[in-house]
Design a protein around this ligand. Structure first.
Ligand SMILES: [Fe+2]
Length: 303
């Protein structure tokens, strides 16, 4: 079993880097880190050097990153994944540097989502200089697509010990790797991709202030403001450039007594199962996974 320490980052390819970076800063409110690499914009939300990296090139998700405890855990994970039949590639030095990690490995989950496991993701000590006062407190969770969420849960549970917190029928599996109700979700989708990336905000006021800001700026609201009955989080989903869905949310449930929690199942067809305030619901737009082949393990994953 591989123990995930935390979510680390999303890396997304964009054909128009300037437009995507402008949206991530001016609209979402993330801090644009000083340029260190041509064609890559690092966006900061919390203690992490960055949670989102936009990479100039073909449009689509490049990878979703998770931290492991240390180098030994990474080496063990590499062996375990290979034993389970996955093709695993090491990040080369440039790729690790670009991700601000000491080292890492990449592999594709059974549904084609590229996952990266990394060690020693860099923290930045100074406070975040947000581009806009959206109230962001941290990178909250990421959501991937898979054709069968039950199969996806089997993979995440068997491989990483992720625990299901709640099911939304056959449509979604919300999983925890720490006390947060979900740091990881899988939504049913035709192919691999990133369903959305979530940032937590400080208060319910931020949700509603952001809602007005987004509407005033002509941003497409996908869903919300509403409240998920599973996590009790108050949410708003909105669409960024190149099919990338962002979510702000506030008030996610914490499950402190792990053993006492019994996962529930909500029928998506029942009123209020997605939004207990009964607002209109729609499935967020997924940014498809880029189908880049993994390099041979001795050549390393390029930046
Ligand atoms: Fe979410």
């Amino acid at each position: 079993m591989i123990k995930l320490q935390d979510i680390a980052y999303v890396r997304s390819g964009v054909s128009n880097l300037a437009a995507a970076a402008d949206f991530a800063t001016r609209v979402v409110g993330l801090e644009r880190m000083p340029e260190s690499e041509p064609g890559v914009v690092h966006l900061r939300a919390d203690h992490r050097h960055h949670s989102l990296a936009l990479v100039e090139g073909p449009s689509g998700v490049i990878a979703s990153g998770f931290t492991l405890a240390d180098e030994d855990a990474l080496t063990l994970a590499e062996t375990e994944l290979e034993q389970r039949g996955f093709t695993v590639a090491r990040l080369d030095a440039d790729a690790a540097r670009s991700r601000r990690v000491r080292s890492g490995i990449a592999f594709d989950d059974p549904f084609g989502n590229r996952l990266e496991l990394v060690s020693q993701q860099e923290s930045v000590a100074r406070p975040v200089t947000f581009s806009r006062g959206a109230g962001i407190t941290e990178f909250g969770h990421l959501c991937l697509d898979a054709p069968d969420v039950h199969e996806a849960y089997r993979f995440w549970s068997d491989t990483f010990g992720a625990r299901v917190s709640d099911w939304i029928g056959d449509n979604a599996c919300l999983m925890r790797i720490d006390p947060v109700h979900h740091k990881l979700a899988v939504f049913r989708g035709d192919g691999p991709g990133l369903c959305h990336m979530n940032f937590q905000v400080q208060s319910i006021d931020d949700i509603f202030r952001n809602w007005h800001f987004l509407v005033d700026n002509g941003v497409e609201i996908e869903m919300g403001p509403g409240r998920h009955p599973q996590s009790t989080a108050i949410f708003i989903y909105f669409l960024g450039p190149e099919g990338f869905t962002y979510e702000y949310s506030f008030g996610v449930r914490r499950i402190e007594e792990d053993a006492a929690w019994v996962p529930r199942t909500f029928d998506p067809a029942e009123l209020g199962s997605i939004d207990m305030w009964l607002g209109p619901t729609s499935r967020p737009v997924t940014q498809p996974q880029l189908g880049s082949p993994l390099p041979r393990s001795d050549s390393g994953v390029p930046a």
